[in-house]
Design a protein around this ligand. Structure first.
Ligand code: NAD
Length: 486
């Protein structure tokens, strides 16, 4: 008998046009408003995660290149910071509008270089990137009214290092507030996803941004290290792993540089027994399977009240069986490719640890493409708090399900982590949302939703998730010398 509750749908391929993005065979570094060759001639390949094919050779910034870029930013700083603030805002508006005009092309480029589905780059990443520039364009001439002192001053040169999971969005989170506040920047994109940052460099040229205000130096960890340790940098903004964040904190300690760290997470997504279960299941899915789970604030620990555990897991499994994994450029794809072979290995190692430690693994039937790097959506039930999959950040499409009996137990388990970036609460009671939000030690608490972002809303963590906030009025404080706290 056909299953009338979950009919099977067949989808014809609906690929977005790949040639919307033109990818050059090689790229240089963007320093002082021009694309230049790396001083030492080094380069690295950026690879398409969905196929494993090389997309382009990208110039690798050495310490000498970082020095050139920091000098260019220093030279640009006095004039940029002295410009009328309304003028700085105009540049940011111009950049925001160019991003909107080129958003289809940028979405395709991001999907090809990162592996994430076009549906997400088109509907989430790019709209948020433009929104960040628009939001901060509006702030540029209103800084004196931001509650950060009557005359807040820019810090100077910001050295910014970003990860590969939201390449253009993390760039926007860093560059938009820095420029609005009158700083100049040197940004290092992640080594597996440099292409949209280089496209952004072209946008800076198109917007006639004065040379040296934005410099982009691709490279790997050594390039990042040279940047954060450069004495000409006044402010370091880092998003990435807790391990590297700690090394950076040690490197800049005592130098007088201002530092913000946006690091890892192991968020609890708490489902109480009075939650609307179908809505909660949608939130659980977007909480952990959005962007293949490569999300610092992913709801990777599902805490379900024991009385509804079986119902929630059953509906979750039914829902997961409908997710489509495959070509990231196909508009029907829900789950794209894992960003790199290295990341797939990390995820697989933790999945094996989950099985070895005694949790029960479930995966929907799912055919993985032959080429590239893929991981099926995975749920572990029967997870104990001591298991590695409950403690360590997996950064992949893997959900660990734990249970609780009382609200106090839910909070205790949710807070039993070295991280503190985000959390989710599902309940129909407003009072319970407020009660839980007061007790959860997390920078962001979502109620009856998950993974929602807005440039006006500050984002950042506690404990090993880092410190400082990005977005909102608080995010401006990280780029201003005002003596005030956000
Ligand atoms: P990573 O720390 O390995 O790399 C991040 C960036 O730092 C890359 O550009 C890398 O080249 C650079 N880097 C590496 N070593 C460095 C060093 N010694 N000095 C300076 N720079 C160095 O992290 P990743 O694997 O690219 O990204 C995943 C991590 O990022 C996860 O832990 C995730 O939670 C975190 N993340 C956090 C947020 C947030 O807002 N809190 C957002 C996205 C990702």
């Amino acid at each position: 008998m056909p299953d009338l509750v979950t009919p099977t749908w067949d989808y014809a391929p609906a690929p977005e046009a790949r040639d919307l993005a033109s990818i050059r065979s090689s790229y240089g570094l963007f320093i002082g408003g021009r694309f230049v060759d790396p001083a030492e001639g080094g380069s690295f390949a950026t690879v398409e995660p969905a196929t494993g094919q090389v997309l382009a050779e990208v110039g690798e910034g050495s310490a000498a290149d970082v020095d050139r870029a920091v000098r260019a930013a220093r030279r640009a700083f006095p004039r940029w910071s002295a410009r009328p603030a309304v003028d700085r805002g105009r540049y940011l508006y111009r950049i925001a509008r160019i991003i909107q005009e080129r958003s289809r092309e940028l979405a395709v480029l991001e999907t090809i270089d990162n592996g994430k589905p076009i549906r997400e780059t088109r509907d989430v990443d790019l709209p948020l990137v433009a929104a960040h520039f628009f939001h901060h364009a509006g702030w540029a001439d209103k800084l004196a009214w931001a509650g950060l002192g009557p005359d807040p001053r820019p810090l100077g040169v910001a050295g910014q290092v970003i990860p590969w999971n939201f390449p253009l969005l993390m760039l926007a989170w860093k560059i938009a507030p820095a420029l609005a506040c009158g700083n100049t920047v040197v940004l290092k994109p992640a080594e597996t996803t440099p292409l949209t940052a280089l496209a952004f460099a072209e946008i800076c040229q198109e917007a006639d941004l004065p040379p040296g205000v934005v410099n982009i130096v691709p490279g790997a960890g050594e390039t990042g290290r040279a940047l954060v340790e450069h004495p000409g940098v006044d402010k370091v903004a880092f998003t990435g792993s807790t391990e590297v964040g700690k090394a950076i904190a040690r490197a800049v300690a005592g130098t007088g540089k201002k530092l913000t760290l946006e690091l890892g997470g192991k968020a609890a997504n708490i489902v109480f027994d009075d939650a609307p279960i179908d809505e909660a299941v949608e939130g659980i899915v977007s909480g952990i399977f959005f962007n293949q789970g490569h999300v610092c604030c992913a709801g990777s620990r599902l805490l379900v009240q024991e009385s509804v555990h079986d119902a929630v897991v059953a509906r979750l499994q039914r829902r997961l069986a409908t997710l489509r994994l495959g070509d990231p450029l196909d508009k029907n794809t829900d789950i794209g490719a894992v960003n790199s072979a290295e990341q797939l290995e990390r995820v697989s190692e933790l999945v094996a640890a989950g099985q070895a430690e005694g949790a029960t693994m479930w995966q929907p039937p799912c055919t993985l493409p032959e080429w590239g790097w893929w991981h099926p959506p995975t749920i572990f039930t029967g997870v104990a708090q001591s298991h590695r999959i409950a403690r360590e950040e997996i950064f992949g499409p893997v959900l660990s399900v734990l249970t609780f009996r009382t609200p106090d137990e839910a909070i205790a388990k949710a807070n039993n982590t070295t991280y503190g970036l985000s959390a989710g609460v599902w309940t129909e009671k407003g009072s319970r949302i407020l009660w839980a939000a007061e007790r959860l030690r997390a920078g962001v608490v979502w109620a009856n939703t998950f993974n929602r972002f807005d440039p006006a809303s500050p984002f950042g963590g506690y404990k090993e998730s880092g410190f400082g906030r990005e977005g909102g009025r608080q995010g401006l404080a990280s780029y201003l010398d005002s003596g005030a706290v956000g």
